[in-house]
Write a protein that binds this ligand. Structure first.
Ligand code: FAD
Length: 502
């Protein structure tokens, strides 16, 4: 059977790959390209998916909302839980912990961001840890959860949350959504890729002899990069000199009594371990540098750090942090792991799938592709990747740990963009953000402070408040947060009431 592109028929898009990336792309096309397009998705059960990717950031809500997914039904279908931030344990040094919580920290006053007052109060000895001034942080540590505006909404900000979920179940949820809206799923393995005289992909040959042509191909084949790399030889920017971890071992464990509404990341001798609580189990994994730790040592470290019985054999995964030189090359757009790999420290990969899809929807080509559209897509993708990379490097760079891996991370030359950001902060506590950057000033603030990078000075306007008033201002925020958190249900009760999986 041959399905080829017909210049008088609908525009054909073929997605290769049915992991998180493939089904997120399919669901978006199903929702927004109702007429004039024909969408096929090819996936191979025999090849399978990478099977990890359980923690998200609050932007996932925009994606689910755009599809019109009901939050409770989505959480029930994916064994999902809430995530208010990420706790970093032992990153600065053993025994130290801090949280990168979502949402605001304190309240900005006049021209100045809150942290300028906090920096001054620190010097006066009247400041508490940043955690006290973040509603999300206090709620997370107390194991509480609430939706909607704070009770004292006039004074306190909203409590943004993201989700932990089973990525396989999320893909299944999106598959149901996509298939009922006209996406055709084809089970099969692509065994040959043909190009036309210009070099564009023309047809895919499946193992059963089926031939598929399209105007646009979305490569969601994971680390393989079947179209973008194996066929188009696009090339890869390797960032392992900045982010040297190149392996992970993942294992699920039984659900723990510590049903935390946050991800935990614990630094280890040559990497770090994640802990992600879902409704039916806890997801765990160790990310590490194979130059500093053997696979056996990594497995032993992982298993020793579980807070419940392992439910399966540990599964190894290899990767190389970096990105494709072009995410959109010829008539192929790489989305997901085929486009690049960012280690999951700040749970950004699913977000990057979502933003790549949004970018593609904005620049969606018809039957002819303008080079300027590809260039713009690639420029925006590069910018996003590089700025997220910088944020992740900061966690590794600013540490006081003694192991060789951590010394190496501390001493590695930084990307210029990150070095400039650190210098600006170290001086008088300034943080700037270009508008396309993912992480906000408050994200950078919490990681700078959490990793022990404290500026020499602060903005002189922060000196305008009398010291006693400043102390009272900070205490009031802390107390309001604590009062708000005290009336919230526990995370476990919240899930049981609204979205417990059957
Ligand atoms: P895959 O899931 O690998 O899917 C590839 C698809 O392509 C499969 O369906 C496969 O069958 C198909 N395929 C491949 N070749 C062929 C062929 N020849 N013919 C037909 N079909 C083919 N992200 C987060 O946001 N949060 C996290 O907490 C997180 N943790 C992670 C931890 C680790 C250790 C790793 C490695 C990644 C993590 N990620 C995380 C990233 C996340 O897992 C991925 O971004 C996400 O799963 C998307 O994967 P994918 O769909 O690109 O690839």
């Amino acid at each position: 059977m041959a399905t080829l592109s017909d210049p008088t028929g609908p525009i054909r898009i073929v997605i290769v790959g049915g992991g998180t990336a493939g089904w997120m792309a399919a669901a978006t096309f199903a929702r927004f390209l109702e007429t004039g397009f024909e969408i096929d998705l090819i996936e191979s059960e025999e090849i399978g998916t990478v099977g990890v990717g359980e923690a998200t950031i609050p932007q996932i809500r925009l994606f689910n909302d755009a599809l019109g997914l009901d939050e409770d039904a989505f959480l029930r279908a994916t064994q999902g839980t809430y995530k208010l931030g990420i706790e970093f344990v032992d990153w600065l040094r053993a025994g130290h912990r801090y949280m990168h919580a979502f949402g605001a920290v304190g309240r900005d006053v006049g021209l100045l961001p809150f942290h300028q007052y906090w920096l001054r109060a620190q010097k006066l000895g009247s400041a508490r840890d940043l955690a006290a001034y973040s509603l999300n942080n206090q709620a997370a540590l107390a194991g509480r959860m609430q939706r909607g505006p704070a009770r004292t909404a006039r004074v306190l900000p909203d409590m943004p949350s993201a989700f932990h979920f089973d990525a396989g179940l999320y893909a299944r949820h999106l598959r149901r959504y996509s298939e009922t809206r006209g996406v055709t799923r084809i089970e099969g393995k692509v065994v040959r890729v043909d190009q036309d005289e210009r070099g564009d992909i023309s047809t895919l040959l499946l193992e059963d002899g089926t031939t598929l042509g399209a105007d646009l191909f979305i490569d969601c084949t994971g680390f393989r990069g079947l179209l973008i790399e194996q066929t188009l030889k696009t090339g890869y920017d390797d960032w392992t000199h900045w982010l040297p971890a190149d392996r992970a071992i993942a294992v699920p464990s039984e659900r723990s009594t510590a049903f935390t509404p946050y991800t935990r990341s614990t630094a280890k001798a040559a990497g770090w371990q994640w802990r992600i609580p879902l409704q039916h189990r806890t997801g765990n994994g160790l990310v590490y540098s194979s130059a500093h730790l053997s696979d056996d040592e990594a497995t032993a470290t992982l298993l020793a750090g579980l807070d419940g019985e392992a439910l399966a054999d540990p599964r190894p995964i290899q990767f190389r942090t970096g990105k494709r030189r072009q995410m959109w090359n010829r008539n192929v757009v790489a989305i997901g792991l085929s486009g690049g790999f960012m280690e999951p420290l700040e749970s950004t990969s699913i977000h990057m799938i979502q933003s790549a899809i949004a970018r593609l929807m904005k620049l969606l080509p018809g039957r002819t592709i303008a080079q300027a559209d590809r260039d713009e897509f690639n420029r925006q993708s590069d910018f996003e990747y590089e700025r997220i990379r910088d944020f992740i490097i900061l966690h590794y760079h600013a540490n006081d740990r003694s192991e060789p891996f951590w010394q190496m991370c501390r001493e590695a030359t930084l990307p210029e963009t990150l070095a400039a950001k650190i210098d600006l902060w170290r001086g008088n506590g300034h943080i700037t953000r270009e508008h396309e950057e993912l992480f906000t000033e408050v994200g950078w603030l919490q990681v700078f402070a959490g990793q022990g990078v404290i500026p020499a000075g602060h903005h002189p306007l922060a000196d305008a408040i009398p010291a006693a008033d400043l102390a009272e201002f900070l205490d009031t925020i802390d107390q309001l947060n604590a009062r708000e958190v005290a009336q919230m249900p526990s995370h476990a009760d919240f899930i049981a009431r609204h979205c417990a999986a059957p």
